[in-house]
Write a protein that binds this ligand. Sequence first.
Ligand code: NAP
Ligand code: ZN
Length: 351
Amino acid sequence: MRTLAYAALSAGTPLQPLAIDRRALRADDVAIDILYCGVCHSDLHQARNDWGSARYPMVPGHEIIGRVSAVGPAVKGLKVGDAVGVGCMVDSCQDCDQCHHGEEQFCRHGVTMTYNGRDRVSGEITQGGYSRAMVVREAFAIALPPALDLARAAPLLCAGITSWSPLRRHGAGPGTRLGVIGLGGLGHMAVKLGVALGCEVTLVTGSAGKAEDARALGAHHVLVSRDAEAMKAATASMDLILDTVPVSHDLKPYVKLLDVGGRLVIVGALEEMPPLDAGLLVRGRKQVGGSLIGGIAETAELLAFCAENGIYPDCEQIRMQDIDAAFERMERADVKYRFVIDMRSLQETAG
Ligand code: NAP
Ligand code: ZN
């Protein structure tokens, strides 16, 4: 199936319209008409080749909301017209211990990412949601709860689940003093979900101007990371910290915020960090770890939780044609708090 998309052709060029071919339906595939796609900071990292693994042309986008337009003969749980979400993964072996216990992102045979990945069957490069349509294995198209507002749900598929998974794994709930570093797409979801789970939430931000917003989102406290005195006063005041900063940075000031036995989970930066004095961890039994998105069942759990509790990302809707301006604003940490592309705008490009 030929469809229209927006693609990066190289690291240094703006995204542009490109016709791409989606594979013919396999037995367990569904075809999806894409309605909305969120803009994740990872899309910017990938399009600009920040991680050194970019393959061009590249169609980014892994916060996808759409409707099923066709199903393969072996599809059991979805039918034409169903609203579905697709996140960062489109396939995995479905047969290893990781897949069996619902952590497809850690598939022993390599998970297939939604874009800039390699299809397990054909070897072709996968292409993401900045597009009118896609084809995906049924197991990776998640049926959406009927109560979910489709126009605001897209960022749950990455920013939401990436925040939710470590919160749940580390038992965040009433009594947990949660720190969230960075108020962007991931950070604002971590604040909202942390509050909904009953945590006492502190936003740690580099942007003093976001304090009011953070409180409006539910944060109980705001710490400006450049305010040395305030940071010192907050020593040993947190049990769990989610670090969403998208670039390499010194962890020391944040590890100091952890109380005895506390844990800092990195979800933002995927690169080398400045060295960390192990004494800071040993004295206080602290842990620094990481987390990668979340599994399919866990994503379905999050979608149900959000539908039930009316928790949505703050979305700024844009047209596909405005993606480069959106990327630039994202680089300046100037997003409130997630861009979501209305894919009807791509129709205009087609004429
Ligand atoms: P975003 O919307 O751009 O937010 C990032 C926030 O980090 C900014 O709003 C800003 O908050 C803070 N920040 C600090 N230093 C910054 C800098 N030099 N440039 C820009 N922002 C800076 O990004 P996002 O979509 O939340 O993604 C955050 C990171 O998580 C990205 O690196 C992304 O690739 C990664 N990610 C990881 C996973 C995973 O599975 N682990 C999943 C999705 C995304 P303040 O103004 O409050 O300081
Ligand atoms: Zn993402």
